[in-house]
Design a protein around this ligand. Sequence first.
Ligand code: NAP
Length: 548
Amino acid sequence: MTVPHQRRRDPGGKVAHGDYDVVVIGAGFSGMYALYKLRGLGLRLQGYETGDGPGGTWYWNRYPGARVDIESMIYSYSFDERLEQEWQWPEHFSPQPDLEVYANYVVDRFGIRDQVQFETTVTRLRFDEPTSLWHVGTDRGEEATTRFVIAATGSLNATNIPDFKGVETFQGRWYHTSKWPKEGVDFVGRRVGIIGTGSTGIQVIPVVAQEAGHLTVFQRTANFSIPSRNRPLDPEYERGWKQNYRKYREMMKSTASAAVLLGQHTDRSVFDVGDAERDEILEQAWESRSGFKFTGSFKDVRTNEAANEIVAEFVRRKIRQTVQDPEVAELLCPKTHPLGTKRLCLDSGYYETYNRANVTLVDVRANPITEITPAGLRTTAGEYDLDILIYATGFDAMTGSMTRMNVTGTGGLRLEDKWVNGPSNYLGFLVAGFPNLFMIHGPGSPSVLAQMIMSAEWQVDWLHDRISFMLEQGYERVDTTEQWEENWAREVEAAADATLYKKADSWYLGANIPGKPRVFMVYVGGFDNYTRRCTEVVDNGYQGFSFT
Ligand code: NAP
């Protein structure tokens, strides 16, 4: 439906149009789709993107080994059937370069590129109460006004480099994995250090090990990883998906993860089967070619600690069988958190890497890093000389990209002040006191725990309908209240409490950033329940929304 351009008045009765109707911040997969979808409303749209190309996560994370951990046939746009049919993924789990090519194809195919001002970072957002317009300031010194802002700024965008003494003194070259140089890095013959063994570390370590003279891995927390068994995409498998895409996409929408892993879902408990049968089931899942199918082998892995421990021990056995040095194997066995409560990793030869003569594992939980030095790195146990240091140390996740943007709402309220005790909001979309500012994959939404392209599409479609409703009704502002934020926070908390997630010091809880409030930031109740809740809210007369 095309809605004619709205009339707007300032208090003196003059029209206050603003430069744009909607500003979309970020040209990752959510932002790209928002710009495409909202076009249908006949609005004046403007995108801003820091990078010089689209793709967001898949633009920035170009470290060697970067690869999505969801099957490519699933992890792709569903909004256009022709796109689904014409696009061919070379591999089962796409590497970063293929995802970046896809992002570029999509922006050109759907005319989105011209809607985005690239190499431009939004550095300031201020809501002007008299006109109900947002003022958007950029690092180019520009300022524009807009009615609505969609922050498609990413859950994992704000880089975390730990506050080590001496970071800047290092005389070698150093990189954070999410700001990797386009020209790549030559590791041949170099002494390389990597801090971090999360999903990123686990991907980059095997690749760097193949080139480096010597690789030293500084591990604070051992993580669970299962083999991805990545391979070229089987044409028969691809055909099957393409013939059934509509049906599969519908199935995806009705799952907690917004992904359909065929044959995965089960009502079987770990305790329904004997030891031998359980081992056989896990063995099959381990050898299977479906990645996360492993955790779906039993229904209670994420909710029952004893069940989880049995499956966790299966993985530890695999690690001990794979890694030849028993001390190294033991160090690699995760013992600090239940399996899956930090992102379960999918790897290509991670544990095998520690059998290489040029790789050393250093335990920085027992002996923490005390300082980065001009020559390398010092822990409480010793010094390590390095030519290259890689920080695979993650992100100020979920909130960082918002709080680093200098956002000021009504009454001069600053977002970082409002969120000092955690990222309060309603449905993951809307923050009280920040009218007409919508987040995609915001804290309190399923975000990183559902297939992010499908959940972005769903959130954008939902926002499209809300904006359309406001235009039809002649509303200029939508806000919510702290009471509704509290209600939603309780739902998010209750969903997390029904699982084992809070038993890990994860970034889901903000635990990776010293001083960050410990609030569970992801809605783990499932994509299916989340979308149902958002729909209910609208059907119940826009519960919790205040329109002006
Ligand atoms: P991460 O999971 O936060 O891991 C950061 C690593 O750095 C952890 O091992 C952490 O140790 C370590 N670290 C942080 N500060 C440290 C310090 N002061 N001293 C020593 N070690 C320190 O970050 P990530 O690996 O970049 O992954 C973030 C998320 O991105 C993932 O959870 C996933 O959702 C997503 N991701 C997905 C893929 C994929 O699709 N395949 C790939 C990469 C990333 P502690 O655990 O002890 O804090």
